[in-house]
Design a protein around this ligand. Structure first.
Ligand SMILES: *Cc1c(COP(=O)(O)O)cnc(C)c1O
Length: 396
């Protein structure tokens, strides 16, 4: 071995160098053009430098601003980049919360190692995020706006000056925070499919992930090449790509969200909530996905209001299975899950020349997705005490 010297420093989220901004920005109002722009960040950011010789340096909180990197930097040529997507929530009790931040820390660590960037103790990430929110939270998520949130983007890049194709010797972890529109509250105009997303099934010449690849890691390299399909789908009026894999056109995930379908099983007639499994490493292991599965297993084992119990299954299925279920009137509901777009129903899938409705026979979502969403919101916004919520201490 010998590549890691014993004295290199671990990532440590308990000590910071803090430089406060003297030029605070106006906080955009919900629904404002600044919020819609996805580019108007909060006043501060976190940066942590890493070098192969010294390991992780002391984290800094400093005014939000541009990064300076050499044109030879590894990230610009070899896509040595990975990221996370998290949110911070202003609770109805006035507290700020992160949702299962250690899951994001663990995944960022996995993603970093998949693209030869340095790993770290995963539970340090939440401390870095919490410090940033301790400083920007009070102003950017005011207590008089409970139910609001900001989007947080932790990122790691290879930023050293070596143009040679090799494992990065220098890296930068940074965290920025940006107001983000609440997509679940934005009404779609017109009469076209207001009941859910319209997905466009991917074509065989555009595969998002493959066995032995890196579809399970949140690497920037997964996204750039997928934007061409996304752009084509949007130009035809669709919201996201439904990524299929293999000759039998197995369903994997949708856009940057995981995909779920609730249907009556063709053989047993039993009601099940089905999503593709993680084992083949073709899909991103979503924190929201995991939470949906855990809540559904625990709470939908019995009747909830007007909702019948269902079985929760992680299993592969194909676009033909969805088409058959739709034709036979067996679909109850379909939805996607993820931090950015949260829980959103799916109304329609276009596959080749066929439009498959994924709404129930009544044309209305059955209400399982809405129930799961409200359970999750109760935890995120502090209506239900739960160990998935991590409270950020603010000192005003
Ligand atoms: C981020 C992401 C998801 C959702 O993950 P969450 O942890 O639930 O936000 C799903 N699929 C892809 C491809 C993603 O990038």
């Amino acid at each position: 071995m010998g590549s890691i010297s014993p004295h290199v420093a671990e990532l440590d989220g308990s000590h910071f160098k803090i430089t406060r901004s003297t030029n605070l920005r106006d906080v955009p109002l919900p629904g404002s053009p600044e919020e819609q722009s996805h580019s108007y960040c909060t006043d501060h950011m976190v940066t942590v430098r890493w070098t192969v010789d010294n390991g992780w340096e002391t984290p800094e909180v400093k005014p939000f601003g541009n990064l300076s990197i050499p044109p030879t930097a590894s990230v610009l040529h070899y896509a040595t980049e990975c990221f996370e997507g998290m949110k911070v929530y202003r609770g109805y009790d006035g507290k700020l919360r992160l949702f299962r931040p250690d899951c994001n820390g663990e995944r960022l660590n996995t993603s970093a190692q998949r693209c030869s960037l340095p790993g770290f103790k995963y539970d340090e990430l939440k401390k870095l995020v919490a410090k940033l929110m301790e400083i920007d939270g009070p102003r950017w998520l005011p207590k008089n706006r409970p139910g609001s949130f900001l989007y947080i983007r932790p990122t790691v890049i290879g930023n050293g000056p070596h143009l040679g194709v090799s494992v990065p010797k220098e890296a930068l972890l940074f965290i920025i925070t940006v107001p983000w529109p609440d997509f679940t509250k934005i009404k779609q105009d017109g009469d076209e499919a207001p009941k859910g997303l319209k997905l466009f099934a991917s074509s065989p010449d555009s595969i998002r992930a493959w066995p032995g690849g890196f579809g399970y890691a949140k690497l920037g390299a997964n996204y750039g090449p997928s934007l061409q399909s996304h752009g084509k789908a949007q130009a035809q009026g669709y919201d996201q790509i439904l990524w299929l894999f293999g000759e039998n056109r197995q369903v994997t995930e949708a856009g940057a969200s995981n995909f779920f379908i609730i249907w009556k099983n063709a053989d047993t007639g039993k009601l099940e909530l089905v999503t593709p499994p993680l084992e083949s490493q073709l899909i991103l292991p979503g924190v929201t996905r995991r939470s949906v599965l855990e809540l559904a297993r625990e709470r939908f084992s019995k009747v909830v209001g007007t909702l019948e119990p269902l079985e929760v299954v992680e299993r592969n299925f194909t676009i033909d299975d969805i088409e058959n279920a739709s034709k036979e009137g067996r679909i109850v509901e379909a939805f996607v899950s993820g931090t950015a777009y949260f829980i959103t129903p799916v109304a329609l899938i276009k596959s080749n020349d066929t439009k498959i409705s994924t709404l129930s026979a009544s044309g209305e979502p059955a209400g399982y997705a809405a129930q799961i969403k409200s359970w999750l919101e109760a935890i995120m916004f502090g209506k239900e005490a739960h160990d998935w919520a991590y409270v950020v201490e603010e000192n005003e």
